[in-house]
Design a protein around this ligand. Structure first.
Ligand SMILES: Nc1ncnc2c1ncn2[C@@H]1O[C@H](COP(=O)(O)OP(=O)(O)OP(=O)(O)O)[C@@H](O)[C@H]1O
Ligand SMILES: [Mg+2]
Length: 241
């Protein structure tokens, strides 16, 4: 059994009367790429919030390398090696693209001086944003803001990278580049959890797949077997208005 680097045990999250996560347990092995799919509103982004520390679970625990980090906030977890991209990008609008990434390298990655500058430059390069480095973040369109989310996450030098629908809106050629990047990051030893609706891209990158619906995990395992699972197909058809 491979070592779990990130683990959620019986995670539940309620917003008032709404039960958004219902006892979700998830184990991510060191070095694996885990895909997460599920219809809109399944609770995928909420799960990332709980794993990354932006949201406190109502019940359950989050373990990083076997250590309980449930009480640690997002900044602390980032320093411990968990980084995420946001489905709705959140750059510092008043800063340049480079400054945004530099801030991530410094505050999230704990780098200073030359090392922070180099870390930021590399993250920009990997995310395809070098040409935008000196532009104000506020001037970026949605796709470049998504690239900036990725650059900021990479600049923190994560051990575990949580990607939330980073492929939406990309062209086929851009998706190829993204899949290549995810594979490269795995080669570098990074562990990745990737929420994505663009299945054909996801399936080219992942080792294992989890499907969520209505706040729970309804199937997990070998990616194509999960997609062929009857419960999974029903969940998707049920999601069509
Ligand atoms: N802060 C919040 N307060 C109240 N309800 C919330 C909050 N955040 C999410 N929800 C609700 O929780 C449910 C799950 O939302 P979540 O964003 O986790 O789904 P998702 O699987 O990421 O969906 P999508 O594929 O559309 O991104 C939705 O019904 C959503 O409206
Ligand atoms: Mg979401």
């Amino acid at each position: 059994m491979p070592v779990a680097i990130l683990e959620g045990t019986s995670l539940s999250k309620r917003f008032g009367a709404l039960r958004v996560l219902r006892s979700v347990s998830l184990s991510v092995a060191a070095g694996e790429i885990l895909g997460v799919v599920g219809p809109n509103g399944a609770g995928k982004t909420t799960l990332f919030g709980v794993l990354a520390g932006a949201l406190r679970p109502t019940e359950g625990r989050v373990l990083l390398n076997g250590d309980d980090v449930t009480a640690a906030n997002a900044a602390r977890r980032c320093r411990l090696g968990i980084a995420r991209t946001h489905q709705v990008p959140r750059p510092f609008l008043g800063m340049s693209v480079f400054e945004n990434v530099l801030a991530a390298a410094a505050f999230g990655g704990g780098l200073a001086g030359q090392a922070a500058q180099e870390g930021a430059a590399e993250a920009l390069h990997r995310s395809g944003l070098v040409d935008c480095a000196n532009r104000p973040a506020a001037s970026l369109g949605l796709l470049d803001r998504k690239r900036l989310e990725l650059a900021r996450a990479l600049a923190t030098r994560p051990r575990v990278l949580l990607l939330d629908e980073i492929g939406g809106g990309l062209t086929e050629a851009e998706l190829d580049v993204l899949v290549g990047l995810v594979r490269d990051l795995k080669q570098d030893g990074m562990t990745i959890v990737w929420i994505e609706h663009i299945l054909h891209a996801l399936l080219r990158a992942i080792d294992r797949l989890v499907c969520m619906a209505e706040g729970g995990v309804i199937a997990e395992g070998e990616p194509r077997a999960v997609m062929a699972d009857e419960t999974v197909m029903r969940a998707y058809l049920g999601g069509v208005a």
